[in-house]
Write a new protein. Sequence first.
Length: 306
Amino acid sequence: MNLAVRFGALELRNPVTVASGTFGYGREFAELVDLRALGAIITKTITRQPRQGNPQPRLAETAAGMLNAIGLQNEGLENFLREKWPQLREYGAPVIVSISAQDAADFAAMASTLEQAGVQAVELNLSCPNVAYAKLAAGAAVYAQIPEAVAEIVARVRQAVSLTIFAKLSPNVTDIVPIARAAETAGADALSLVNTVIGMAIDIDTWKPKVANVTGGLSGPAIKPIAVRMVHAAAKAVSIPVLGMGGIAATADAVEFLLAGATAISVGTANFVNPAVSMEILAGIEQYCLQRNFSDIRELIGKVRV
Ligand SMILES: Cc1cc2nc3c(=O)[nH]c(=O)nc-3n(C[C@H](O)[C@H](O)[C@H](O)COP(=O)(O)O)c2cc1C
């Protein structure tokens, strides 16, 4: 059974990865998950400078999901390279480093520093709903709502590095297709989608928003149909591979994304419920394929019968 898939120059031995911000830097899960067995580890998004993130409370449980407004809390690029990266690269799974920045030039400079340190792939977080970016046009909450911003950032990074570039897009748009195409045309090797759906929840005793940031990103099973719909639309529109995520909590969810056109999947919020769920999904996908006498995972990818 061949489960290997490829994103640009990055070869994954299977299509099961863990989503940015839900798996720390791997270390937190090392005793619970055979990290080598993962298709890839995607790190928490890092920024050039350390960030403390948004004020508390930053999490709220919702029906079939959760709202988060962490606000890209992280220790910064320098610290990542000194303290996290040496250990991460030892785990034996491909590592995709998620980055965010205030402008295209800094995205490119960060990617270049990471490439020099031996990083093989970056995920450009163009879609975090919980931070304010200086250079966005009025009315836009994330870069990934503006095709021109996506194109500019991806193109600058493409000029600066030859490593594999994932562009992480947002579900908070009317039509994902022009944005997916902008990322592809600018030189992205792959698309990651979706990030969280902007939402809000209110405590009816205090009359305050349940997260201090007022709005947060909705994740978990509640967003899966939205994500499947967007993965399907994007995968049809571009020829680069799509990494699909949003509400994957079991094998059946992962298979749905593969059928919709995702070349691989990321498990996010479900890691908080069951830290070993990615391994269970990997075993489940293999079994699903073996039961149907498939010899290659490609017999599944994009095969939805519309
Ligand atoms: C607590 C939390 C923190 C997250 N942090 C990040 C982040 O730093 N960078 C990023 O690109 N996505 C981040 N995400 C979004 C996830 O990577 C994923 O795109 C989203 O949650 C949808 O998948 P899920 O429903 O399986 O969680 C975060 C999600 C959660 C729940």
